[in-house]
Design a protein around this ligand. Sequence first.
Ligand SMILES: O=C(O)CCC(=O)C(=O)O
Ligand SMILES: [Fe+2]
Length: 277
Amino acid sequence: MNLQITPLSSALGAQISGVDLSRDLNAEQRNAIEQALLEHQVLFFREQPITPQQQARFAARFGDLHIHPIYPNVPGQPEVLILDTAVTDVRDNAVWHTDVTFLPTPAMGAVLSAKQLPAYGGDTLWASGIAAFEALSRPMQSLLDGLSATHDFTRSFPLERFGTTAADLARWEETRRKNPPLSHPVIRTHPVSGRKALFVNDGFTTRINELEPAESEAILKLLFAHTTRPEFTIRWRWQENDVAMWDNRVTQHYAVDDYRPQRRVMHRATILGDVPF
Ligand SMILES: O=C(O)CCC(=O)C(=O)O
Ligand SMILES: [Fe+2]
C-alpha cells in the first residue's frame, strides 16, 4: 500500500495521497485512513472525482450514514446532501460549528467533496477542539470538565430563514419537534483515542447549563473565540474534486462566505456517531 500522509499544521490537518476513493477500499487502506483521522482530525485528498454513490460507499466504511433533515440530497442517494448556493441558503455554515450537535448522537465525521467552485474564495477552515482544550489553563479545564451545555437546532436553522414556504415550514416544524434542545458535555472525551476536546460550538450551543446565564454567556463567548484562534486551525483552499474528511467529534469548521454571487456546489456524506461523554 502506498498511502502517504503529509501533516499540514501542528494542530490538525493532513493531506493523504496514494488512494483512489472511487474504488472500494481494502481493510488496510480503511484502517490507515481511520488512524490518520484520529491523529490529524481532518484529512484532505486531491483529485478524487467521485460519484455520490462512491462517496456514500467510502463514508459508509466508517459507520452508518445520516440523512439530513433540512438540506436537499442527491436524488436516489439520500445519504449525500447537496450544498449548492444556487439552491440553498448556506450562510449558516459561515459560523464556527460542529455538525448536527443538536442530535443525541452527533456525527462522528463527514466526507465533503468539491463539485463546483467559485473562481476565488470559498475556503473552509477547521479548528481542533483538542488543541483548544489542551491550551486552556488547568483551572479553566477543571471548571469546564463535568459541565454540560444545551445544543439547539434553531440556533443555526432559524425559522425566519428556513420556514419561508409552506413545505419548508412543515419540515422545519417537524425537525424542531423531533429534535428538542438537548445537552452534551462541555468537554468531550474522544471515544477511541481518549483525548479530551472542547465540545461547545457557536452553531448550536446556547448555554452552559450549570452556570448563571451571564456566566454562561461570557464563558461561551470566551470559548468560541479561544477554539478558533489561528493556532488551532487549518484553512483549506479547495480545488475541484478535492475531498475532505473530518472527525466531527473533536473539531469545528467554518465555510468562508466570501464568493457570492458566484456558485459553489459541495456534496457531503455524514457518518453517524455515538453519545458524547
Ligand atoms: O461548504 C463547506 O465548505 C462546508 C460546509 C459545512 O459546514 C459542512 O459541510 O458541514
Ligand atoms: Fe458543517
